[in-house]
Design a protein around this ligand. Sequence first.
Ligand SMILES: Cc1cc2nc3c(=O)[nH]c(=O)nc-3n(C[C@H](O)[C@H](O)[C@H](O)COP(=O)(O)O)c2cc1C
Length: 357
Amino acid sequence: MPGLATAANGRVGAADPVGWTVLTTRFTSAFGLSHAIALAPMAHAAGGALAAAVARAGGLGLLGGGYGDADWIDAEWARANGAPIGIGFITWALTRDVLDAALARSPRAVMLSFGDPAPFAGAIHAQNIPMICQCQTLDHARAALNAGAQTLVAQGSEAGGHGATRGTLTLVPELADLIADRAPQTLLLAAGGIADGRGLAAVLMLGADGALVGTRLWAASEALVPHGFQDAAVAATGDATLRTKAPDAARLLAWPDPFTIRVMRSGFTDRWHDDPATLRTDPAARAQWQVAQTAGDPVNGSPVAGESVALIHDIRPAAAILGKMTAEALARLGAYACAAGVTHDGQNAGQDVGATP
Ligand SMILES: Cc1cc2nc3c(=O)[nH]c(=O)nc-3n(C[C@H](O)[C@H](O)[C@H](O)COP(=O)(O)O)c2cc1C
């Protein structure tokens, strides 16, 4: 790839996005993007620098508004330095005050995850701001469509951070079918396990208009993630993560069912995964976890990342990650079309690649 140099420690410095190929989908057309990729609004990790880097590279940059910490949002929005970014919130923790403050900034989009979007939909629609809803089940998707979501995100269990149990491979086409049936103008992004061009090409084939990427961009140079956690992710395989309630117990957070959080396995999860109730009553253990999270200690903490850590081999700028994913996806899609002998008008001019019963 042009303009990239990999250092011995796996951190990549210079990035030259000039010359990256553009991938056009309904999602890129609707938002005026050159990559069919949105940055997941990762609480604590997707700050202003990362959201702005994604936006300036031609993706949809979403600030991680998380639980609605107004001071953090103020500071990070300022760090985006005028880039056209959006913001995402954890719906069950959101208040109207926090939403209204965000809407006053004219965000590119507002994304709501983990809870009923209906109470907030009216305020978002009133300002003509696209509402993106992350869904883990068919019922979540129906509720989002009823609330007038412009974009659904089908989030599979492979995802880093909070989520539920359905897999990306089946949830994406099921929501694509629901959208085709009920509201064909609605856009669909896929989330969970997408970290390279193969994943991006695959979810386009499943019926998505693009991908919402968390873990791969959590491992970007601009992310607010301690180096110790990013380095642990580079060294890890996809077997090294689990869904658990332990980190929420350490923070005394009351996450509703069906949500658990996917993190990297560690000494902390080995000790507390099966006993989060006791962790809630142990202030010393909770404080030790907090110190480890701040320091980036992957043994005593629990790096929040998904199964796609398996596909992360370096830490590089977000623009380079997006460029590489798009170029790889286009190469995959083009190679498939050539192998299948598909001509420009979509006819199969070569060998038969489909099974005919
Ligand atoms: C570190 C981290 C923090 C996350 N925090 C949030 C969040 O605050 N709000 C949210 O909607 N999703 C959050 N997610 C989930 C993402 O929205 C997305 O579904 C997920 O990252 C996609 O899967 P991937 O990690 O395999 O790319 C988080 C994910 C990660 C990795």
